[in-house]
Design a protein around this ligand. Sequence first.
Ligand SMILES: *[C@@H]1O[C@H](CO)[C@@H](O)[C@H](O)[C@H]1NC(C)=O
Ligand SMILES: *[C@@H]1O[C@H](CO)[C@@H](O)[C@H](O)[C@H]1NC(C)=O
Ligand SMILES: *[C@@H]1O[C@H](CO)[C@@H](O)[C@H](O)[C@H]1NC(C)=O
Ligand SMILES: *[C@@H]1O[C@H](CO)[C@@H](O)[C@H](O)[C@H]1NC(C)=O
Ligand SMILES: *[C@@H]1O[C@H](CO)[C@@H](O)[C@H](O)[C@H]1NC(C)=O
Ligand SMILES: *[C@@H]1O[C@H](CO)[C@@H](O)[C@H](O)[C@H]1NC(C)=O
Length: 732
Amino acid sequence: MAIKCNFYELCCLLISITLVVRAWTPDITPKLINPKTEKLPVFFGNTTDYFKILDQDDNTILIGARNNIYNLSSTDLRERERIEWISSDADRELCALKGKTEQDCQNYIRVFARLDDKRIMICGTNSYKPRCRTYTNFHGAAQDDRTFEESEAQGRCAYNPTHNSTYVFTDGQLYSATVADFSSADPLIYREPQRTEQYDLKQLNQPDFVSAMEMNGYVLFFFREIAMEYMNCGKAIYSRIARVCKNDKGGPYGFADRWTSFLKARLNCSMPGEYPFYFDEIQATSKIIESLYQDRRSSIIYAVFTTSINAIPGSAVCAFSTDEIVEAFEGPFKVQKNSTSVWLPLSVDNLPEPRPGRCVDDSRTLPSSVASFIKTHSLMENAVPAMYGRPLFTSVSFKYRLTAVTVDPQVITKDGSAFDVAFVGTDDGRVIKFINVPPTNHSPEASNDVETVVISEIQILDNMPVRELTVAGNLIVVGDGYIKAIPLHHCSQIVTCVECIDIQDPYCAWNIQNHECGPLPSITNPRTLDDFIQNITSPEHGRRECEKNGDSGNRIDQRYSVSQPARGTLSAVAQRPLNYPMVKSREPGNDGNLLENTITHHLVNDANDLQLANTSLNWFWLIALPLMVTFLAIGIVIGRLLTKRACKNSPFAEHRNELTSSRPLNSRTSGKDTNLLMNVGPRNNKRDNLENEFVVGDKDRSHECKNSTENLEKVVHCKTTGTLTKVKSTYI
Ligand SMILES: *[C@@H]1O[C@H](CO)[C@@H](O)[C@H](O)[C@H]1NC(C)=O
Ligand SMILES: *[C@@H]1O[C@H](CO)[C@@H](O)[C@H](O)[C@H]1NC(C)=O
Ligand SMILES: *[C@@H]1O[C@H](CO)[C@@H](O)[C@H](O)[C@H]1NC(C)=O
Ligand SMILES: *[C@@H]1O[C@H](CO)[C@@H](O)[C@H](O)[C@H]1NC(C)=O
Ligand SMILES: *[C@@H]1O[C@H](CO)[C@@H](O)[C@H](O)[C@H]1NC(C)=O
Ligand SMILES: *[C@@H]1O[C@H](CO)[C@@H](O)[C@H](O)[C@H]1NC(C)=O
């Protein structure tokens, strides 16, 4: 059996690879790789600090850390102020008694809210006993002179500093998405006193929350969770957006402490095609960005998605417009008749009045039919589609996955057009910068499409994940134990006009007077702009202007030396288009190694050439592709056989068939089966059985607790259930 399993996994992997190869054109090569930078400002902490960006203004950022909150200047990362808050001895001892380590039994500050001009509220894990403090007049006051009030923070702040919780503070109220218990078994979306249903897997099923934001009277939550509607064998994680109304006052009698407006929908970030390839696990989002798209003003959110951790490493950035989010919530609901039947769209005739999930003046006067409908029908039928129906940026690399994203919105260029400059972080410490430009050939079918331009890729942190990114004058990069600030652009390193144009960076324009590449002046006097050459959408046009000014310059200057990424990675090998000329020089790098310095120019003259360049394959693919195709055939046959066998044992076996018969073949195989293949992990392991038990069984988790002795957390959870429920009842 073991051999078969491994063989099955191997087949799945090969099928996945083949699908990936089919679904992706190779990644786009960054134009600038690891430019030399001056010494960057760094704020050093401890790897156990679990830094978290809590707030920022024009000149400063606030960082939540272990026992402290730091106010740092965003230009040089110098500490300007700090608030220290250490757990009391009693809390730390209790934490240790519950079996937590010394590192856990610290106070990690996770929540910050500005209540008014004078008061702030901060909340911390407080040695697994979360609490909040409200400080009055803290600016400038010495640590000992600050006055504060303390309160319980259960449901507002996580217990574990690494828990993927989020919150937003708006209109004087804190909306949190976290867990309300010591063992992280009770996830919730909470604003005192309303919360999501407790232990209801249809509402939240082991969620990892990513971000929360306010939008037009709603609060939106982004997260990933185990998908209840996924009824094939195995389990799948889907990305979600949920929303609640800010004016939700709870339901009528019996529902006072429950949301009457909690709805959620799937986020669809996928490569389109006959078999869409899904990036199902959301990792991070930007803030809401007001932008002009195709001459229409709209609000959009950029988000980073990855494939499952067991699958082939793939990442993507998708953008979602708030209009389409609203549309999904106005669409049909999904419904599951009983705990073993298939999820189907609910016909509109069966909806109670007023439409569940809409914001109403006083939700307490809603009929109880609406309140109970929402309780069981929180999932929408339609997924929110990504803008342009596909990711704006994809990367398939065995080296890294994307972890963070931030956007400098609407950077204005010479001709007045504006670009969102996106920065994404990877789990090996790189920061990649890209923009999306409208296509240069204005054919009608391309009008709905955009081209991704990857401007730069820079190794910022030493082989550790970029946890968070934000633009605050500089780009702030948060790693484990330290924070770095890097400039938003490296224009000044570029010394020729052509290169300044070719990099297609909205921050960079060529100054004809001083022969320098740099940002446009902020004074928007059209006459001073005449001194600059910049054309983001059409670099050829810009190059011609360079030539006209005698600045064609093919000269290579030592200052502009950019190094190449390590060879041997899929991305580096597979993606360099062959007809990009490279200029190489050798010089010792910082660490004494020889770095190969290259400059890649985009000398591609039109879209056809670009197409050609992108599809040219090098030796790796020439050898790998025929092999993969052969294995695909074998893999499909064996995969099918084993899938069938595994499904026979699944409680959903018959319903899978139901699914098959009720839908056309291609819709069944699309997506769901692709994802099935991506579940490379052993199918019939213990955890999956537990999962299935959950799905089939009722909401009561106590059976799990009774049987579980493997895990200390669970034991503690079981023992403490009584007291926790008691505590909970104070706000539920
Ligand atoms: C980091 O944490 C360890 C363990 O608590 C401590 O011993 C060390 O002094 C800390 N280092 C710094 C630079 O704060
Ligand atoms: C940091 O402290 C300064 C005063 O020293 C204050 O003006 C600023 O608002 C603080 N930054 C944040 C993000 O709260
Ligand atoms: C939080 O999310 C990250 C990746 O997004 C994951 O590696 C980590 O395990 C999650 N934390 C917890 C406590 O599950
Ligand atoms: C669920 O519904 C289906 C038909 O919709 C029915 O055949 C089945 O017996 C039901 N199962 C339970 C547990 O009620
Ligand atoms: C997701 O989007 C793709 C491409 O637009 C589409 O083909 C696919 O059907 C969508 N999937 C879902 C579940 O909506
Ligand atoms: C960029 O090039 C296009 C032609 O390809 C031209 O129409 C446009 O005016 C140029 N923009 C600037 C700012 O020069």
